[in-house]
Ligand binder design. Structure first.
Ligand code: AMP
Ligand code: ZN
Length: 460
């Protein structure tokens, strides 16, 4: 069956055909590891995962690279401000390499909890400084840069067209000067590719231009090129990457070898919270652990994401998470019931479900439609192993790990029951410190603790 993806580059849905018939080559912009990933970031990796799984389901092998940005990403994407890693290092009084290791491992733990498949190649920026140096030297040799005292800039006016993804017009930006920009740059859209490190800068390397560090955009160009070559199939990221980071990647690749590096550019839209932006100052920035504390296991968040397509904004509310929690429970229960079923199902019926499911995912990863097929199967009054096998087959794309799900007994271990009783008594006596103490013990034992009118509710 044909696959269609929306391509930001052409602004339309196009049939996807890989350059190499059997193997899809793909690059995803990965995290900047200066803090814990929030659930908005994780939406981006769930999209990446659904794309991977869909391609695999269609029989393709994958060569997929994801970078870990552990140097060079400045606080503002427009290449201004401090390096995010350095800022985090000051905040936590550690060196930036420790920061990177810590948050990279936290990120891997998060994606693992969401059952996100790891790309075949994980590329850390700091381990590819040499490749970046070679790459930038070629861009310089090709005449696409200029130097200031401490920075080598990419001269975007040297390209036939800069801004192919977002249709930016350099002249308009220059003439209108709507944006305040660093006067050392010749054009607003020019960006740093190689930067001289100030004396106190911890992340720096000996290079052809002295002690330097690379610009953020360069890492993706150099690492994509190293592992996937000059031209590959798909490049992914969040929509915030369209106007700067990805335009600059394309600019660099053109400066390097004259080619746009990827055929398809795919972008995931943002997660909103209560209809607005997620931010620390609004106190609505959640991590997976925050969700867990509120009683939502990570796979509930996966289910929540399937209520929207990746190209639409999705609005996070706890009501929607409650609905996703119920839905995940129904899916598991339906799966287990079919597992025990004995009825026959005609082969054509199964094939029909398969076709509809495949059509949905191949239509630019339309998960809401794919899930509607899943719900029809779950709700089938006939219980049959054929349905169970079908759900298991679809789970290769859905990623709920149904195969390993076994119904947990509702009965709590005796020691936990005893603690719950003690906590209920403490609360009845308004002994809040005791109630908090017991809550902490329960959390320490791996339970989430909620208060309701009926008393303490715990869940593993
Ligand atoms: P960063 O670690 O800041 O480089 O961001 C990692 C990824 O998360 C990028 O692909 C961003 O586009 C994406 N991202 C950041 N905020 C959100 C959000 N609220 N919703 C969806 N994706 C986001
Ligand atoms: Zn990137």
């Amino acid at each position: 069956m044909k696959i269609y993806f929306y391509n930001t580059l052409t602004r339309k849905k196009e049939e996807f055909k890989p350059i190499d018939e059997k193997e899809v080559k793909m690059y995803s912009c990965g995290p900047t590891v200066y803090y814990f990933a929030h659930i908005g970031n994780l939406r981006a990796y769930l999209f990446m995962d659904t794309l991977r799984r869909t391609l695999k389901y269609n029989g393709y092998k994958l060569k997929h690279v994801m970078n870990i940005t552990d140097v060079g990403h400045l606080v503002s994407d427009a290449d201004e401000g401090e390096d995010k890693m350095m800022k985090a290092a000051q905040r936590e009084n550690k060196n930036p390499f420790e920061i990177a290791n810590f948050y990279m491992n936290a990120f891997f733990a998060d994606i693992d909890k969401l059952n996100i498949d790891k790309p075949e190649i994980i590329a850390r920026a700091t381990e590819h400084i040499k490749e970046m140096e070679e790459y930038v030297k070629q861009i310089i040799a090709n005449g696409y840069t200029y130097e200031t005292e401490d920075t080598i800039y990419f001269d975007t006016s040297k390209l036939e067209k800069y801004g192919v993804l977002s249709n930016i017009k350099i002249d308009e930006q220059k003439a209108g000067a709507r944006v305040d920009f660093d006067q050392r740059k010749k054009n607003v859209t020019d960006f740093a590719v190689w930067i001289k490190a100030p004396e106190n800068h911890l992340m720096k390397w000996d290079t052809f231009w002295g002690k330097c560090y690379p610009g953020w955009h360069l890492e993706c160009s150099a690492m994509g090129h190293k592992y996937l070559g000059e031209h590959f199939d798909i490049h992914t990221g969040g929509i915030d990457h369209i106007p700067i980071h990805h335009e600059n990647e394309i600019a660099q690749a053109k400066g390097y070898c004259g080619k746009n590096p990827a055929n398809f550019w795919m972008h995931v839209d943002f997660l909103q919270v209560n209809g607005g932006k997620m931010s620390k100052s609004l106190n609505n920035l959640y991590t997976l652990d925050d969700l867990k504390e509120r009683g939502y296991e990570p796979l509930v968040y996966r289910m929540f994401n399937f209520t929207s397509t990746y190209r639409a904004q999705i609005n996070f509310t706890f009501e929607a998470m409650d609905a996703a929690k119920v839905a995940l429970g129904r899916l598991r229960e339906g799966y287990l019931k079919h597992k025990e079923g004995t009825e026959e199902v005609p082969a054509e019926e199964i094939q029909n479900y398969k076709d509809r499911f495949l059509e949905a995912i191949n239509d630019d990863l339309n998960m809401p439609v794919a899930m509607s097929v899943v719900w029809e199967i779950v709700k089938q009054p006939k219980k049959s192993k054929a349905y169970q096998e079908l759900l298991l087959d679809f789970d290769r794309v859905l990623g709920f790990d149904l195969e390993h799900y076994e119904k947990e007994e509702n009965t709590l271990p005796e020691d936990v029951q005893k603690l719950v009783e003690e906590r209920n008594n403490a609360r009845a006596n308004k002994n809040w410190s005791e109630s908090d103490r017991i809550r902490d013990i329960l959390i320490g034992m791996g339970y989430t603790v909620k208060d309701s009118k009926e008393g303490t509710i715990v869940e593993k």
